[in-house]
Design a protein around this ligand. Structure first.
Ligand SMILES: C[S@@+](CC[C@H](N)C(=O)[O-])C[C@H]1O[C@@H](n2cnc3c(N)ncnc32)[C@H](O)[C@@H]1O
Length: 296
């Protein structure tokens, strides 16, 4: 947790590059048997549709070490027994531990440039613009969207709102707090740091400005839950770098669900490593990883 002591207007500050993400170390409880792995991967698929291939056993073994320690399970078989009991509430922690949450500010910068230069000018100022960051992880994506909107419309912001969701409570807690180590802001210009962040006393941490933070609503949402809790459709949906974890059938189902959430003429942005090629969908491709729902 970053210190919250004394936040002030952000001044330029450089920081060392981020440490690479580490996996939690395995518990001292033996390794994951094929049978337990099969049970876990079926459960993960059923709950989140994350498709863990047969070759991910070591990764899962490593990622669950922390959960074994936290729950006091003395073996993976013991941990699987815990998962089988609904009252344990462990399933949500399993998904938290398994999901890959890597993200960063202004990831796939071309999307933010396109948003600013081509999408936003289509909407007159004051039009109630609704956006959704549909797998927002620790918040860098939605805050990059918010900064782009604030750069376009100014602050205090006019009539836009941004829903942010993820299946993982752990990442949502980080996102909702909106505090980042300076090393995470490498892609944020000095000018934008000053304009949209507060910095702590020694410039090692930055906090998104409360007036910008207040425009974002965070909630836990499984993209495959029976229905979505939103009233009204979206103008723009970012659903990036999550489809890669799903199989083709699941991707098709997801795109169809997201399309139904878009207003006619609305935009869907997916990750650059993802593609709708080979998927049945009713969207018009505009450029790599940018699609539009037809007006009629
Ligand atoms: C790699 S991150 C992508 C973050 C951001 N969109 C980006 O492109 O940088 C993928 C996120 O998808 C979330 N996720 C995985 N399965 C999900 C599901 N079924 N419903 C909602 N979110 C899911 C994970 O928890 C993770 O935070």
């Amino acid at each position: 947790m970053l210190s919250l002591a004394k936040w002030s207007r952000s001044n330029a500050s450089t920081a060392p590059p981020p440490a690479s993400a580490t996996l939690s170390s395995p518990g001292r409880s033996g390794s994951l048997s094929e049978e337990d792995y099969d049970y876990i991967r079926t459960l993960v698929y059923r709950e989140s549709r994350i498709n863990l291939g047969a070759n991910k056993r070591e990764l899962v073994n490593a990622r669950l070490g922390k959960r074994l320690r936290a729950t006091g399970a003395c073996s993976f078989a013991d941990y699987c027994r815990l998962l089988k009991s609904e009252e344990s509430g462990e399933l949500i922690h399993l998904i938290d531990a398994i999901s890959t949450n890597h993200t960063y500010f202004f990831r796939e910068q071309a999307h933010f440039a396109f948003l600013s230069s081509h999408i936003l000018p289509l909407y007159r100022t004051g039009h109630p613009l609704r956006l959704w960051s549909a797998a927002c992880s620790t918040g860098e994506e939605p805050y990059s969207i918010a900064i782009t909107l604030a750069g376009h419309y100014g602050l205090p912001a006019p009539n836009w709102s941004l829903e942010c969701s993820d299946i993982s409570n752990r990442v949502l807690a980080v996102a909702a707090e909106g505090i980042y180590d300076a090393s995470k802001l490498q892609n944020v210009s000095t000018e934008w740091r000053q304009r949209y962040f507060l910095r702590n006393h020694d410039g090692t941490a930055f906090r998104i400005r409360p007036e910008l933070r207040a425009r974002l609503a965070f909630r836990r949402l499984n993209l495959f839950q029976s229905s979505y809790p939103f009233t009204g459709a979206f103008d723009i949906i970012f659903c990036r770098n999550v489809m890669i974890y799903f199989d083709r059938t699941t991707q098709e189902e997801l795109v169809s669900r997201l399309t139904r959430c878009l207003r006619p003429g609305g935009f869907l942005l997916i990750g650059h490593a993802e593609s709708l090629a080979g998927i049945r969908h009713g969207l018009t491709p505009l450029k790599p990883a940018v699609y539009r729902r037809p007006e009629h």
